[in-house]
Design a binder for this molecule. Structure first.
Ligand SMILES: Nc1ncnc2c1ncn2[C@@H]1O[C@H](COP(=O)(O)OP(=O)(O)O)[C@@H](O)[C@H]1O
Ligand SMILES: [Mg+2]
Length: 266
Protein backbone atom coordinates (compact mmCIF):
# COMPACT_ATOMS: atom_id res chain seq x y z
CA UNK A 1 0.00 0.00 0.00
CA UNK A 2 1.38 3.40 -0.93
CA UNK A 3 0.35 6.95 -0.14
CA UNK A 4 -1.34 7.21 -3.49
CA UNK A 5 -3.44 4.11 -2.85
CA UNK A 6 -3.29 0.96 -4.91
CA UNK A 7 -1.24 0.78 -8.08
CA UNK A 8 -2.72 2.01 -11.30
CA UNK A 9 -4.67 -0.17 -13.69
CA UNK A 10 -2.65 -2.91 -15.36
CA UNK A 11 -3.35 -1.53 -18.82
CA UNK A 12 -1.72 1.86 -18.28
CA UNK A 13 -0.62 2.49 -21.87
CA UNK A 14 1.85 5.17 -20.81
CA UNK A 15 4.05 2.78 -18.87
CA UNK A 16 7.45 2.19 -20.42
CA UNK A 17 8.48 0.10 -17.42
CA UNK A 18 5.99 -1.92 -15.42
CA UNK A 19 6.94 -3.64 -12.17
CA UNK A 20 4.47 -6.09 -10.65
CA UNK A 21 4.82 -8.14 -7.48
CA UNK A 22 8.59 -7.75 -7.47
CA UNK A 23 10.32 -9.40 -4.54
CA UNK A 24 14.05 -8.91 -4.65
CA UNK A 25 17.01 -10.00 -2.61
CA UNK A 26 19.88 -12.43 -2.59
CA UNK A 27 19.42 -16.09 -1.67
CA UNK A 28 17.63 -16.08 1.70
CA UNK A 29 18.02 -12.35 2.18
CA UNK A 30 14.91 -10.46 1.06
CA UNK A 31 15.37 -6.72 0.50
CA UNK A 32 11.94 -5.66 -0.79
CA UNK A 33 8.65 -7.51 -1.13
CA UNK A 34 5.85 -7.17 -3.65
CA UNK A 35 6.84 -3.88 -5.30
CA UNK A 36 4.32 -2.49 -7.80
CA UNK A 37 4.91 0.64 -9.85
CA UNK A 38 5.09 2.02 -13.37
CA UNK A 39 7.55 4.37 -15.00
CA UNK A 40 5.66 6.47 -17.52
CA UNK A 41 6.98 7.46 -20.90
CA UNK A 42 8.84 10.78 -20.88
CA UNK A 43 8.96 11.30 -17.15
CA UNK A 44 11.84 11.78 -14.73
CA UNK A 45 11.25 9.05 -12.19
CA UNK A 46 13.30 9.04 -8.99
CA UNK A 47 13.96 6.08 -6.71
CA UNK A 48 14.54 7.31 -3.15
CA UNK A 49 15.56 5.55 0.02
CA UNK A 50 18.19 5.38 2.70
CA UNK A 51 21.52 3.76 1.95
CA UNK A 52 21.27 -0.01 1.76
CA UNK A 53 17.51 0.08 1.10
CA UNK A 54 17.97 -1.56 -2.30
CA UNK A 55 17.91 1.34 -4.77
CA UNK A 56 20.84 0.14 -6.87
CA UNK A 57 19.58 -3.43 -6.64
CA UNK A 58 16.17 -2.33 -7.94
CA UNK A 59 17.82 -0.52 -10.83
CA UNK A 60 19.79 -3.65 -11.71
CA UNK A 61 16.56 -5.67 -11.69
CA UNK A 62 14.98 -3.12 -14.04
CA UNK A 63 17.73 -3.71 -16.59
CA UNK A 64 17.69 -7.49 -16.22
CA UNK A 65 21.04 -7.89 -14.49
CA UNK A 66 19.43 -9.58 -11.48
CA UNK A 67 16.63 -12.14 -11.45
CA UNK A 68 13.61 -11.37 -9.24
CA UNK A 69 12.87 -13.77 -6.36
CA UNK A 70 9.26 -13.28 -7.48
CA UNK A 71 7.28 -11.03 -9.79
CA UNK A 72 7.69 -9.46 -13.20
CA UNK A 73 9.30 -6.47 -14.85
CA UNK A 74 8.29 -5.36 -18.32
CA UNK A 75 10.56 -2.98 -20.19
CA UNK A 76 9.03 -1.54 -23.36
CA UNK A 77 6.49 -4.37 -23.32
CA UNK A 78 8.96 -7.25 -22.91
CA UNK A 79 9.21 -9.31 -19.73
CA UNK A 80 12.86 -8.93 -18.89
CA UNK A 81 13.07 -11.87 -16.47
CA UNK A 82 11.50 -14.31 -18.94
CA UNK A 83 13.56 -13.17 -21.90
CA UNK A 84 16.19 -15.46 -23.38
CA UNK A 85 19.70 -14.11 -23.86
CA UNK A 86 19.08 -12.76 -27.36
CA UNK A 87 15.88 -11.03 -26.29
CA UNK A 88 17.52 -9.61 -23.18
CA UNK A 89 20.36 -8.27 -25.29
CA UNK A 90 17.80 -6.59 -27.58
CA UNK A 91 16.09 -4.99 -24.58
CA UNK A 92 19.39 -3.84 -23.12
CA UNK A 93 20.24 -2.16 -26.41
CA UNK A 94 17.25 0.12 -25.76
CA UNK A 95 18.31 1.36 -22.34
CA UNK A 96 21.29 3.42 -21.22
CA UNK A 97 22.85 3.02 -17.81
CA UNK A 98 25.21 5.02 -15.69
CA UNK A 99 26.10 2.82 -12.72
CA UNK A 100 26.82 4.20 -9.27
CA UNK A 101 30.49 3.35 -9.70
CA UNK A 102 30.31 3.81 -13.47
CA UNK A 103 33.56 5.57 -14.06
CA UNK A 104 34.99 6.41 -17.45
CA UNK A 105 37.91 4.34 -18.68
CA UNK A 106 40.94 6.34 -17.59
CA UNK A 107 43.15 5.23 -20.46
CA UNK A 108 40.69 6.41 -23.13
CA UNK A 109 39.81 9.92 -24.32
CA UNK A 110 36.27 11.17 -23.81
CA UNK A 111 35.53 10.48 -27.48
CA UNK A 112 36.77 6.88 -27.15
CA UNK A 113 34.76 6.39 -23.96
CA UNK A 114 31.55 7.65 -25.53
CA UNK A 115 32.15 5.71 -28.77
CA UNK A 116 32.65 2.41 -26.96
CA UNK A 117 28.99 1.24 -26.83
CA UNK A 118 28.71 1.94 -30.56
CA UNK A 119 31.74 -0.26 -31.21
CA UNK A 120 30.30 -3.05 -29.07
CA UNK A 121 26.72 -2.92 -30.34
CA UNK A 122 26.78 -1.61 -33.91
CA UNK A 123 28.51 -2.18 -37.25
CA UNK A 124 28.60 1.51 -38.14
CA UNK A 125 31.62 2.82 -40.00
CA UNK A 126 34.20 4.50 -37.80
CA UNK A 127 33.43 8.02 -39.08
CA UNK A 128 29.74 7.58 -38.28
CA UNK A 129 30.56 6.37 -34.76
CA UNK A 130 32.85 9.34 -34.23
CA UNK A 131 30.19 11.76 -35.50
CA UNK A 132 27.55 10.33 -33.15
CA UNK A 133 29.94 10.33 -30.17
CA UNK A 134 30.95 13.94 -30.87
CA UNK A 135 27.31 15.00 -31.15
CA UNK A 136 26.60 13.38 -27.77
CA UNK A 137 29.54 15.17 -26.20
CA UNK A 138 28.22 18.45 -27.61
CA UNK A 139 24.81 17.72 -26.17
CA UNK A 140 26.30 17.55 -22.65
CA UNK A 141 28.45 20.63 -23.22
CA UNK A 142 31.74 18.81 -23.78
CA UNK A 143 32.16 19.30 -27.50
CA UNK A 144 35.53 20.97 -27.03
CA UNK A 145 36.86 18.17 -24.80
CA UNK A 146 36.56 15.12 -27.07
CA UNK A 147 40.29 14.45 -27.05
CA UNK A 148 40.81 15.04 -23.32
CA UNK A 149 41.54 12.22 -20.89
CA UNK A 150 39.11 11.80 -17.95
CA UNK A 151 41.85 12.82 -15.50
CA UNK A 152 42.18 16.17 -17.29
CA UNK A 153 38.60 17.31 -16.59
CA UNK A 154 36.57 18.04 -13.43
CA UNK A 155 34.32 15.58 -11.59
CA UNK A 156 31.19 17.27 -12.91
CA UNK A 157 32.50 17.06 -16.47
CA UNK A 158 33.31 13.37 -15.95
CA UNK A 159 29.69 12.76 -14.91
CA UNK A 160 28.46 14.56 -18.02
CA UNK A 161 30.74 12.46 -20.21
CA UNK A 162 29.47 9.30 -18.51
CA UNK A 163 25.90 10.42 -19.26
CA UNK A 164 26.88 11.04 -22.90
CA UNK A 165 28.24 7.48 -23.02
CA UNK A 166 25.08 6.05 -21.41
CA UNK A 167 22.90 7.70 -24.04
CA UNK A 168 25.02 7.17 -27.13
CA UNK A 169 22.79 4.34 -28.39
CA UNK A 170 19.76 6.63 -28.25
CA UNK A 171 18.03 4.78 -25.41
CA UNK A 172 14.32 4.82 -24.69
CA UNK A 173 15.12 4.84 -21.00
CA UNK A 174 18.20 6.30 -19.33
CA UNK A 175 19.09 4.97 -15.86
CA UNK A 176 21.33 7.09 -13.64
CA UNK A 177 22.48 5.73 -10.28
CA UNK A 178 23.33 8.62 -7.94
CA UNK A 179 24.61 10.91 -10.71
CA UNK A 180 25.41 13.81 -8.38
CA UNK A 181 27.17 11.79 -5.67
CA UNK A 182 30.42 13.47 -4.69
CA UNK A 183 29.68 16.73 -6.53
CA UNK A 184 29.45 20.13 -4.86
CA UNK A 185 25.94 21.69 -4.77
CA UNK A 186 26.54 24.06 -7.68
CA UNK A 187 27.96 21.38 -9.98
CA UNK A 188 25.14 19.13 -8.85
CA UNK A 189 22.53 21.77 -9.76
CA UNK A 190 24.16 22.14 -13.18
CA UNK A 191 23.88 18.41 -13.67
CA UNK A 192 20.17 18.54 -12.71
CA UNK A 193 19.58 21.19 -15.36
CA UNK A 194 21.37 19.06 -17.94
CA UNK A 195 19.26 16.01 -17.04
CA UNK A 196 16.07 18.06 -17.33
CA UNK A 197 17.12 19.46 -20.66
CA UNK A 198 17.92 15.97 -21.99
CA UNK A 199 14.56 14.64 -20.82
CA UNK A 200 12.70 17.50 -22.48
CA UNK A 201 14.61 17.90 -25.74
CA UNK A 202 15.05 14.20 -26.46
CA UNK A 203 11.72 13.16 -24.94
CA UNK A 204 13.60 10.50 -23.02
CA UNK A 205 12.37 8.60 -19.99
CA UNK A 206 14.89 8.94 -17.15
CA UNK A 207 15.08 6.80 -14.01
CA UNK A 208 17.34 8.26 -11.33
CA UNK A 209 18.50 6.80 -8.05
CA UNK A 210 19.14 9.62 -5.64
CA UNK A 211 19.03 10.83 -2.10
CA UNK A 212 19.84 14.46 -2.87
CA UNK A 213 16.78 16.32 -1.66
CA UNK A 214 17.39 19.53 -3.61
CA UNK A 215 17.80 17.55 -6.77
CA UNK A 216 14.63 15.54 -6.19
CA UNK A 217 12.43 18.61 -5.79
CA UNK A 218 14.09 20.27 -8.78
CA UNK A 219 13.69 17.53 -11.33
CA UNK A 220 11.49 14.59 -10.28
CA UNK A 221 8.10 14.21 -11.91
CA UNK A 222 7.39 11.30 -9.60
CA UNK A 223 9.26 9.40 -6.90
CA UNK A 224 8.96 6.11 -5.10
CA UNK A 225 10.42 5.85 -1.63
CA UNK A 226 11.87 2.49 -0.62
CA UNK A 227 11.48 1.83 3.09
CA UNK A 228 13.99 -0.65 4.42
CA UNK A 229 12.03 -1.47 7.55
CA UNK A 230 8.70 -2.33 5.91
CA UNK A 231 10.52 -3.77 2.87
CA UNK A 232 8.21 -1.88 0.57
CA UNK A 233 7.29 1.40 -1.10
CA UNK A 234 6.47 3.89 1.65
CA UNK A 235 5.18 6.52 -0.76
CA UNK A 236 4.74 7.19 -4.44
CA UNK A 237 3.96 10.42 -6.26
CA UNK A 238 5.03 13.98 -6.89
CA UNK A 239 7.65 14.85 -4.23
CA UNK A 240 6.23 18.25 -3.23
CA UNK A 241 2.76 16.78 -2.77
CA UNK A 242 4.17 13.92 -0.72
CA UNK A 243 6.13 16.34 1.44
CA UNK A 244 3.02 18.41 2.11
CA UNK A 245 0.44 15.67 2.47
CA UNK A 246 2.05 12.38 3.49
CA UNK A 247 1.23 11.20 6.97
CA UNK A 248 3.94 8.55 6.90
CA UNK A 249 6.43 9.66 9.60
CA UNK A 250 9.54 8.50 7.76
CA UNK A 251 8.39 10.03 4.45
CA UNK A 252 7.82 13.33 6.24
CA UNK A 253 11.20 13.19 7.91
CA UNK A 254 12.95 12.26 4.70
CA UNK A 255 11.35 14.95 2.55
CA UNK A 256 11.38 17.75 5.15
CA UNK A 257 14.88 17.26 6.48
CA UNK A 258 17.45 19.96 6.01
CA UNK A 259 20.49 17.74 6.36
CA UNK A 260 20.70 15.89 3.04
CA UNK A 261 22.67 13.00 4.48
CA UNK A 262 20.28 12.02 7.23
CA UNK A 263 19.16 8.42 7.04
CA UNK A 264 16.33 6.65 8.71
CA UNK A 265 17.28 6.08 12.35
CA UNK A 266 17.89 2.44 13.23
N1 LIG B 1 25.18 -8.78 -5.41
C1 LIG B 1 24.80 -8.76 -4.12
N2 LIG B 1 24.82 -9.88 -3.36
C2 LIG B 1 24.41 -9.84 -2.08
N3 LIG B 1 23.98 -8.75 -1.44
C3 LIG B 1 23.93 -7.61 -2.12
C4 LIG B 1 24.34 -7.53 -3.51
N4 LIG B 1 24.18 -6.25 -3.94
C5 LIG B 1 23.70 -5.56 -2.88
N5 LIG B 1 23.55 -6.36 -1.81
C6 LIG B 1 23.02 -5.94 -0.49
O1 LIG B 1 21.72 -5.46 -0.66
C7 LIG B 1 21.49 -4.32 0.16
C8 LIG B 1 21.05 -3.15 -0.70
O2 LIG B 1 22.13 -2.73 -1.53
P1 LIG B 1 21.96 -1.58 -2.61
O3 LIG B 1 20.90 -1.95 -3.57
O4 LIG B 1 23.32 -1.30 -3.15
O5 LIG B 1 21.46 -0.36 -1.70
P2 LIG B 1 21.36 1.20 -2.04
O6 LIG B 1 21.71 1.40 -3.47
O7 LIG B 1 19.96 1.59 -1.70
O8 LIG B 1 22.32 1.87 -1.11
C9 LIG B 1 22.77 -4.07 0.93
O9 LIG B 1 22.63 -4.67 2.18
C10 LIG B 1 23.81 -4.78 0.10
O10 LIG B 1 24.87 -5.24 0.91
MG1 LIG C 1 23.20 2.40 -4.44
Amino acid sequence: MTDSGMSRADDDGDAVIRVRGLTMGFDDFVLMRDLNFDVRRGEIFVILGGSGSGKSTLLKHMIGLYQPLAGHIWVAGADIAEADDARREAILRRVGVMYQMGALFGSMTLLENVRLPLEVHTDLPREAMDAIARARLQLVGLGAFADFMPSEISGGMQKRAAIARAMVLDPEVLFLDEPSAGLDPITSADLDRLIQRLARTLDMTIVIVSHELASIFAIADRVIMLDKESQGIAAEGDPATLRDTSNHPWVQRFLRRTDSDEERPA
